[in-house]
Design a protein around this ligand. Structure first.
Ligand code: SF4
Length: 410
């Protein structure tokens, strides 16, 4: 694939791969390059036994190999978020300091070749569209990991690139596109330190919302609620987004995440005494009213698994923030069904524990996965009190079967 980018690129040093290279990966993978609607359906059905086996293993607290991948392809970002970047703890690449650690396209291809197939591949950052190979990576993922769907989290600062990704990724694999926002107009712009930030998000929403079906793309606006003003802006943003038929969901901001920490081997996992520490201060009454409002929106606007997932997150955050109760509290699947890869090839333990179990630039995946260090960290995960960050909660809810059980209990 030859992709022309009209915008300046901060990125890895290698040229984009030619699609011919994908043909030479393994003979059996070449068929995946042909868009084929039924292949993803068959893939989904074929994964069912493996999924059920994983659910059983997790319920018995057993160890399993990865089924889903969160690939932080770069820590570089072209915005400067108050809540994250101003922290002295935050990774240097996000603070625009020199960083030459990101894996190259070729290194990523070699890593993907070693991994088992994944139910979903999530590209995140930093800002993943800053890499010049951001579309090529989706083709490599399709060729080697055969996901049932892609996910990309973006700040939508460059609408052209987000649209390009929706159009030029392997189109037969559905895309869950998550646009990160903090509110409307000035609120969002101030939060990102960029006066065009809100305009660009809306440009992306407008360009893609009517094409969701054609592009097999589900657009979600993920609003981070960091303070009481964010609650007010939930209502405003909900009204702004209503005509576009895109999903609007919330995530309550944690006060710290090990993922963005400068130093590795940091742990910010919750304790039983303090299950959720928000970044801002809230009155319990305002939170209660807010969660009730979000619940009403979920019930009236969403259906099926999408509704279950949002309700599950909401129930868990409400219990934690209002009553400090860990309910629901699935067994965590970090470092087992859910694999994270950092931009330099490190495999961290999870979002709140950046203790690295190995580096895929220097070691094989098999070597890392079978190592005592990975097993030690896996045991740490199983003893964790349980966090409530959406990107960790969702795989844990799915691969333990707790998402379904919670529905049946409700
Ligand atoms: S619940 Fe899992 S993802 Fe969350 S802090 Fe604990 S081990 Fe990490």
């Amino acid at each position: 694939m030859s992709v022309k980018h009209s915008l300046p690129i901060i990125g890895n040093s290698h040229e984009a791969n030619d699609p011919a290279e994908f043909d030479s990966i393994t003979p059996s993978n070449s068929a995946n390059l042909v868009p084929n609607r039924s292949s993803v359906t068959l893939r989904t059905l074929g994964r069912a036994p493996r999924f059920l086996w994983a659910v059983g293993r997790h319920r018995l607290k057993g160890d399993v190999g990865p089924h889903s991948l969160t690939h932080t392809t770069t820590f570089k970002c072209n915005y400067h978020c108050k809540e994250i970047c101003d922290s002295p703890l935050v990774h240097q690449a996000m603070q625009k300091k020199p960083n030459g650690h990101d894996l190259t396209t070729e290194e990523i291809r070699d890593i993907y070749r070693q991994l088992p197939s994944m139910d979903y591949v999530r590209f995140t950052g930093g800002e993943p569209t800053l890499r010049k190979d951001f579309i090529e990576l989706s083709h490599l993922a399709e060729a080697h990991l055969r996901p049932i769907f892609f996910h990309m989290t973006t700040n939508a600062s460059m609408p052209e690139r987000v649209i390009q990704f929706a159009e030029e990724r392997p189109r037969h694999v559905p895309l869950d596109l998550m646009i990160s926002m903090d509110g409307i107009d000035e609120k969002h712009c101030q939060s990102r330190h960029n006066r065009f930030a809100f305009e660009r998000c809306m440009e992306t929403v407008k360009a893609l919302s009517a094409r969701q079906k054609e592009l097999k793309t589900n657009i979600r606006v993920n609003q981070t609620i960091a303070d009481s003003e964010g609650i007010e802006h939930y209502r405003k943003l909900h009204q702004v987004l209503k005509p576009f038929q895109v999903r609007h969901q919330i995530v309550m901001a944690y006060n710290a995440s090990a993922t963005y920490a400068v130093e590795r081997d940091k742990t910010y996992a919750p304790s039983r005494e303090e299950l959720f520490t928000p970044v801002g201060k809230f009155e319990k009454s305002e939170l209660n009213a807010f969660f009730t409002e979000v619940q009403a929106d979920i019930q009236s606007e969403l259906n099926g698994p999408e509704r279950w997932i949002q309700q599950y997150y909401l129930d868990g955050i409400r219990e934690r923030m209002l009553r400090n109760e860990p309910s629901p509290n699935p067994s965590c699947v970090a470092l087992s069904s859910h694999l994270r890869i950092f931009p330099n090839g490190d495999i961290p333990t999870c979002q709140f524990n950046s203790h690295v179990v190995g580096n895929l630039r220097n070691q094989s995946f098999r070597e890392i996965w079978n190592s005592d260090l990975r097993k030690t960290q896996f045991r740490w995960v199983k003893g964790c009190a349980g966090c409530w960050a959406g990107c960790e909660v969702q795989p844990s809810a799915a691969y333990t079967g707790d998402l379904l059980l919670h529905q049946l209990r409700s």
